[in-house]
Ligand binder design. Structure first.
Ligand code: NAD
Length: 297
């Protein structure tokens, strides 16, 4: 009887994958990571680079069309985490040839690419749709969906490299993460083009995740709520000047805005082996903002 129970329990309880002893961080050891939109000192891209460096990534590429802080970020990370190779690249994330070149560089140097965080993005004119021109709409739309924040460009060139990196399919393998927004999940009173563009990022992540079926490459979008970064700094500064900073978080169930590191930790998880079965999802990191509506009778 004992043998039968053992046989049954081993059937019901298949072996559990071992986690490195003492490790409390998601596993990204030896991973090669590309991050776009990494220049901003307050930004989600820089915060994510720190998370990956602290968790043992082998190499991190900091990419941005504004390179003014990239070298400083590189020095800071290599001082804090001496084991990690940090590279900086200045290019517009909408430039397909440059996106491909950074991926080729990673493959040439390391023979692998594990994570592509397509994070670069711009905000749009915060005006009602009747007050924005078609050109303004298209600029934000192009930059955030089809160009700068393009899960499309990242996936097109990163997925084949990642598939070469990960011959053992289906998982763990490469991870492509696009920064969408809570504005891409729910209507947003102010930003017409931004919301449409970010909904596009969510849709791209979902569609491409299906098209990459069986390749070992996962694709997800993250959807931050209101986070204090370079993008929202003017809003925060103006609110502080008025003494009304608390209003920013008023509609949020957590009664506050978020921090870049709170988004970065989710990006770390999505790029790690722990997220090996998370694919095609739009992960809100918004304090619960998108979970309901603010109506109070
Ligand atoms: P940020 O302005 O601090 O950082 C954005 C970075 O992207 C900047 O360094 C900028 O130079 C870079 N960038 C913009 N266009 C680029 C391009 N074409 N090529 C290369 N680099 C480019 O803002 P952030 O909040 O850290 O933004 C990161 C992402 O998060 C963006 O996609 C943004 O839309 C998204 N997001 C932000 C919030 C928020 O509240 N801050 C909320 C939801 C989504």
């Amino acid at each position: 009887a004992q043998t039968r129970i053992q046989a049954l329990s081993s059937h019901l309880l298949p072996p559990i994958a071992k986690v490195a002893p003492g490790s409390s961080k998601p596993r990204v050891q030896d991973k090669v990571v590309i991050i776009t939109g990494a220049n901003s000192a307050l930004g989600i891209g820089r915060a994510t680079a720190h998370q990956y460096a602290e968790s043992g990534a082998k190499a991190i590429y900091l990419c941005d069309f504004d390179a003014s802080n990239l070298e400083a970020h590189k020095q800071e990370i290599t001082q804090l985490y001496p084991g990690v190779d940090v590279h900086t690249r200045q290019f517009d994330a909408s430039d397909e040839a440059k996106v491909k070149a950074v991926i080729d560089d990673a493959m040439d140097r390391y023979g692998r690419l594990d994570v592509f965080f397509a994070n670069a993005g711009i905000t749009g004119p915060n005006r009602v749709f009747t007050d924005i021109s078609a050109e303004e709409f298209m600029n934000v739309y192009k930059v955030d969906t089809l160009r700068a924040n393009s899960v499309f460009l990242a996936a097109k060139h990163a997925a084949p490299a990642m598939a070469k990196t990960s011959p053992q399919k289906p998982a763990p393998g490469g991870s492509i993460i696009g920064t969408a927004s809570v504005a891409g999940l729910r209507s947003n009173a102010g930003s017409t083009a931004y919301s449409a563009a970010k909904a596009g990022v969510v849709s791209l992540a979902q569609t491409i995740s299906f098209q990459l079926a069986g390749s070992g490459v996962r694709v997800n979008a993250i959807c931050p709520g209101i986070i204090e970064t370079g993008m929202t700094a003017p809003v925060y500064e103006a609110a502080r000047a008025r003494g009304s900073e608390k209003k920013i978080g008023q509609l949020n169930p957590m009664k506050r805005g978020g921090r870049a590191d709170e988004v970065a930790r989710v990006v770390l998880f999505l790029g790690s082996d722990e997220a090996s079965y998370v694919n095609g999802q739009a992960w809100a990191v918004d304090g619960g903002l998108s979970a309901g509506h603010p109506f109070v009778p």
